[in-house]
Design a protein around this ligand. Structure first.
Ligand code: ADP
Length: 166
């Protein structure tokens, strides 16, 4: 099992082997963290993503990191569930995003992986519930990945993730 830590910051600046993108099924880029990652990785990311699309909710696929700064070598694109009140399997789909992303990272030989708070922006997942799922899932998935860093963009998410970790 990996060591899990929580930080506040911009995921495109994290010094890890792989960063996870909260993508949409088209894998062609979008708003929020997806837009930030595409800007930092450059136009080849869109091409590489499009070739692997569509990606269903709960799944994860990897592309190179292109123009992102070393040591980042991989972008793992996962598609979170859109929150529809909690009755559409959102919790298990969100857990699957974290689990599948760690599995993909493991298969790439990544030692360290950073995650954004998947689905808690445009997709509307309640941030407190999402924080608990993020921490519980990454803490329990068997993996050779050594470090999993949960990256909060804002203070509220940082506090929720820290609370979930305790
Ligand atoms: P989703 O569509 O999965 O909800 P969003 O990108 O809208 O994805 O939001 C997911 C989370 O990513 C939100 O908590 C948002 O504040 C955060 N976020 C946005 N930009 C960045 C960034 N550069 N680094 C880390 N997290 C970010």
């Amino acid at each position: 099992m990996a060591r899990v830590e929580v930080v506040q910051g911009d995921i495109t600046r994290e010094d890890v082997d792989a960063i996870v993108n909260a993508a949409n099924s088209s894998l062609r880029g979008g708003g929020g963290v997806d837009g930030a990652i595409h800007r930092a990785a450059g136009p080849r990311l869109k091409e590489a993503g499009a070739a692997l699309a569509p990606c269903p909710p709960g799944e994860a696929v990897a592309t190179p990191a292109f123009d992102l700064d070393p040591p980042v070598r991989h972008v793992i694109h996962t598609v979170g569930p859109v929150w529809k009140g909690g009755t559409r399997d959102e919790a298990s789909l969100l857990a699957s995003c974290y689990r599948r992303s760690v599995e993909v990272a493991d298969s790439l030989g990544a030692r360290s992986v950073a995650f954004p708070a998947i689905s808690t922006g445009i997709y509307g997942y309640p941030p407190d519930q999402a924080a608990r799922i993020a921490v519980d899932t990454v803490r329990s998935v068997p993996t050779r990945v050594e470090l999993i860093r949960l990256v909060a963009f804002d203070r509220v998410t940082y506090d929720l993730l820290t609370a979930a970790l305790d």
